[in-house]
Write a protein that binds this ligand. Structure first.
Ligand SMILES: Cc1cc2nc3c(=O)[nH]c(=O)nc-3n(C[C@H](O)[C@H](O)[C@H](O)COP(=O)(O)O)c2cc1C
Length: 336
């Protein structure tokens, strides 16, 4: 049976272009974040608490908002009020950038999927740091862990990527409970090459040397890595004291989408579910590094599958677009 969001809100949002619907939602949640009564109203969707401590952080429940939905961190109080156990903002890049030309987000309702090629449109590390500073000053900082996901600016050559990540890391670390290094978006040319052993080793070493406060640093990886590539990523993470792996980003495997409707970009949602669960299982078999599982979580069953594969925490993006705010309580009923 459809929930209230699926019956009444989704048809309205889906009658709009995907990015317009996203903008509208973010505008609403941004406004709600400033008004106590509105925040209180959003708490009706909160699942009962199921606390968990990992990376030295206390999570009220294991389900987080995945990176990309609130790239600029404009609605942190609203996400917390809705019941997310943690929120990952970003991807933030050193330089502000507008991303690829629109349209750049596409829905495939019959497949419960999205394809996006946004290309890291965001306000830049300086802009986001300023916004987060104000939020803290005003005493509206949420009570759940906040992750900040950072990536490479489009104009920065791949060989200078480390400098770019370091810039964002220095500016944003004080606001983050953990930092996620995104080396897996398919929409910034060359970015996924940073998963190769030498490049990843350089990046992780540089961040580790800078990380005097020992903030948990996580690495977000692609679902399209081969077994050998995964081994190399795990080795680099273990060698450089990476706190956790976020598995996975969107996939370049579009076999679930009819050719006539296909679009360049990263595919997320139901067709990614199995691929990302398999990768989680592979990581957990090979390493003791904690994993945050993400990709195609749409209901209790798909969430449980990732927890049984060994994920310590979960994140959601596409499932939330299709299933709405009741999804968190629905999942927690199954996984509790
Ligand atoms: C429109 C859109 C934008 C995204 N932007 C980012 C991003 O900026 N950084 C990132 O690390 N992941 C980004 N992602 C990937 C998600 O965080 C997540 O890893 C992926 O979509 C798989 O989860 P899902 O199937 O629950 O959507 C984006 C996904 C979508 C659909």
């Amino acid at each position: 049976m459809k929930n209230g969001y699926e019956r009444f809100v989704r048809p309205l949002l889906f009658s709009l272009d995907a990015e317009t619907a996203h903008r509208l939602t973010i505008t609403f949640l941004r406004a709600a974040s400033k008004v106590d009564i509105a925040l209180r109203a959003l708490t009706v969707f909160q699942p009962p608490p199921k606390p968990k401590t990992i990376f030295g952080l206390n999570f009220p429940n294991p389900i987080g908002l995945a990176a990309g939905l609130d790239k600029n961190g404009v609605a942190l109080p609203a996400w917390a009020a809705l019941g997310f156990g943690f929120v990952e903002i970003g991807t933030v890049t050193a330089k502000q950038q507008s991303g690829n030309p629109r349209p750049r987000i596409f829905r495939f309702p019959e497949r419960q999927a999205l394809i996006n090629r946004l290309g890291f449109n965001n306000d830049g590390a300086d802009g986001v740091a300023e916004r987060l500073g104000k939020l803290r000053q005003r005493g509206r900082w949420p009570a759940v862990p906040i992750g900040i996901n950072i990536g490479k600016s489009q104009v920065t050559p791949l060989e200078d990527a480390t400098t770019d990540y370091l810039y964002s890391f220095r500016l944003l670390r004080d606001f983050a409970d953990y930092i996620a290094l995104n080396v897996s978006s398919p929409n910034t040319p060359g970015l996924r090459e940073l998963q190769q052993p030498a490049a990843l080793g350089n990046l992780l070493r540089a961040i580790r040397d800078e990380n005097r406060e020992q903030k948990p640093v996580l690495v977000k990886i692609a679902p399209d890595l081969s077994s050998n590539e995964l081994d190399a990523v795990i080795a680099a993470c273990e060698h450089n004291e990476v706190a956790g792996i976020i598995a996975t980003n969107t996939t370049l495997d579009h076999s679930a989408i009819p050719l006539s409707h296909d679009q360049p970009g990263g595919l997320s949602g139901a067709p990614l579910r199995e691929k990302s669960t398999t990768l989680i299982r592979d990581i957990v078999r090979r390493s003791r590094i904690p994993v945050i599982g993400v990709g195609g979580v749409f209901d209790g069953e798909s969430a449980l599958e990732k927890i049984e594969a060994g994920a310590q925490l979960l994140q959601i993006y596409t499932g939330y677009i299709y299933r709405g705010p009741q999804l968190l309580a629905e999942i927690m009923e199954t996984v509790s």
